[in-house]
Ligand binder design. Structure first.
Ligand code: SF4
Length: 149
């Protein structure tokens, strides 16, 4: 049986990013071709009800997602609820697709696995996880970023 892998949609060339663009990743594309896997694309921010394009968002506090943290968009609006909803729906997708691996976009406030931005919209990276990556990993899934491939 072919392995199932969930992948952040923007890494597959789907235009789901805040700016309406994608971030196709050659390594990811080569990997899925070589391994002949079943791919389940997902975008937690769209699943959480945010429009595309949308204002970029960052997790406040400089530590990535932690329970009780807040996510603000560049316009100062609190979008924490959307990010949590996107993570919950991503968990449901993982539950029924049973992925062996989940590959997520590094530095995204939803998908970052090792790094995110510090919350000040200053392009400064900090160690920490995005909201959906945090909950998927906490649920026991094997979550890596495209840079870990
Ligand atoms: S939320 Fe994740 S999948 Fe969606 S655009 Fe951002 S990095 Fe890509």
């Amino acid at each position: 049986m072919r392995k199932v892998i969930m992948i952040s949609a923007c890494l597959l060339g789907l235009p789901t990013r805040y700016d309406g663009k994608s971030k196709p990743d050659e390594k990811v594309m080569r990997f899925i071709e070589k391994e002949n896997v079943v791919v389940v694309p997902f975008c937690p921010e769209q699943l959480g009800g945010l429009p595309t394009p949308r204002f970029s968002s960052e997790i406040q506090g400089g530590k990535g997602w932690q329970e009780g943290a807040q996510v603000l968009n560049k316009n100062g609006e609190d979008v924490t609820r959307n990010f949590i909803l996107g993570a919950e729906i991503s968990l449901k997708i993982a539950w029924f697709s049973k992925p062996e691996l989940i590959i997520m976009k590094e530095r995204s406030p939803s998908c970052g696995v090792n790094y995110v931005y510090d919350g000040a919209f200053s392009k400064k990276e900090v160690r920490g996880m995005g909201v959906a990556a945090y909950y998927l990993k906490k649920a026991g899934y094997n979550v890596i970023s495209e840079e870990d491939l």
